[in-house]
Design a protein around this ligand. Structure first.
Ligand code: PEP
Ligand code: MN
Length: 355
């Protein structure tokens, strides 16, 4: 249940509402207010009977009371009918890129890991020339083995900031632990939460309550259900940051032919369940560079609001995820195909609406 608080409510009216909520919940659950853009809300679970709901509706401090039938509430389509659009990059002086528009899917591209200055700047310039809108690159890398390259750390963040300076492209990079959020959020335009950390609740809370409210790319846990993923997003929004982008990056299966199974069904499904934008990562989903172009097309056809793709000037020499990394030239074709496909899909939907 979501209670929207009347913007003009007096302190007394608010105090009265809080007292009533404490009585109703028997002081057993914490009652906190959250600001979602211009709205101030209180979220409670739905175990509140009709009589109590009626009493709440009569409070002067209550502007609206919505009973949401799903466990995730603030991210649900039932709470907000219109798509969330998230503007990226203004904080660092970039031309803003808007994620959440079907008419203009956003392409994020760059190396799996930031390796050195030359590699990053060359990749940044070439993905920009290929038509990408945002530069990706891991500075802190969650690697399965402790003996593999773990990323350049803080130096990687500085190089990403330099690449943004040179190209004007906003940057996205991963934060792996709560203590790192301030550092990453102050350098990056989007903070990525990796698949392995989707259930790291302290990290979700940290990006949620961080003062900068930096947009967050929340990758799906490789064994997470859609509901668990939405509840992870709910943690971030409930902590105060409504700027969440969901990223489908494949889920684990029994078949080693591909690195993961790209669950494209979740893209239109999420369109029904949530107002948050959904993008797809065809690189980690497939693990094979030859599958990246076709699954990029399929993702856009399924309604993805963008793609995040691993690109390197010399893919075979990439220090991480070489097998799934494509060249800037291959990216250029994907960007062009995305544009063509988007206008074709728009024509199709215009026809449907006209019929
Ligand atoms: C990555 O983007 O390089 C990455 C580690 O992705 P994921 O968390 O989806 O495995
Ligand atoms: Mn990678």
């Amino acid at each position: 249940m979501i209670i929207s608080i009347q913007a003009e409510a007096s302190n007394d009216e608010r105090a009265q509402l809080m007292a009533l909520l404490c009585r109703i919940t028997g002081n057993q659950r914490p009652i906190t207010t959250t600001r979602i853009r211009e709205r101030e809300v209180i979220v409670l679970d739905n175990a509140i009977d009709g009589q109590a709901q009626a009493a709440l509706r009569e409070q002067r401090a209550v502007a609206d009371l919505q009973v949401i039938k799903t466990g995730y509430q603030l991210v649900s389509r039932a709470f907000q009918a219109e798509d969330t659009q998230i503007s990226i990059g203004e904080a660092h002086g970039c031309e803003p890129v808007v994620v959440g528009r079907t008419a203009k899917p956003v392409i994020m591209a760059g190396p799996c890991s930031v390796e050195d200055r030359e590699q990053l700047l060359e990749t940044a310039r070439s993905v920009q020339a290929a038509g990408a809108h945002i530069l990706r690159g891991g500075a802190f890398k969650p690697r399965t083995s402790p003996y593999q390259f773990q990323g350049l750390g803080v130096e990687g963040l500085h190089l990403l900031a330099e690449a943004r300076e040179v190209t004007g492209l906003p940057i996205i990079t991963e934060a792996m632990e709560p203590d790192m959020v301030d550092l990453v959020a102050s350098h990056a335009d989007i903070v990525q939460i990796g698949s392995r950390n989707m259930h790291n609740f302290p990290l979700l809370r940290a990006v949620g309550k961080h003062r900068l409210k930096r947009p967050v790319l929340l990758k799906r846990g490789f064994a997470a259900t859609v509901e668990e993923w939405l509840l992870a997003a709910e943690h971030i929004v409930a902590a105060g940051n409504p700027n969440v982008i969901l990223c489908e990056r494949g889920i684990r299966s029994y078949d080693p032919q591909t690195r993961n199974v790209l669950d494209l069904t979740c893209v239109p499904l999420l369109q029904e369940l949530t107002h948050l934008p959904v993008i797809v990562d065809p690189s980690h989903a497939t693990g094979k560079r030859e599958l990246v172009p076709v699954m990029s097309r399929a993702s856009i056809a399924a309604g993805a609001k963008g793609l995040i793709i691993e690109v390197h000037p010399d893919p075979d020499s990439a220090l991480s995820d070489a097998r799934q990394t494509i060249t800037p030239e291959q990216l250029r074709v994907i960007v062009r195909e995305t544009e063509l496909l988007t206008s074709l899909l728009k024509e199709g939907s215009d026809l449907t609406h006209a019929a």
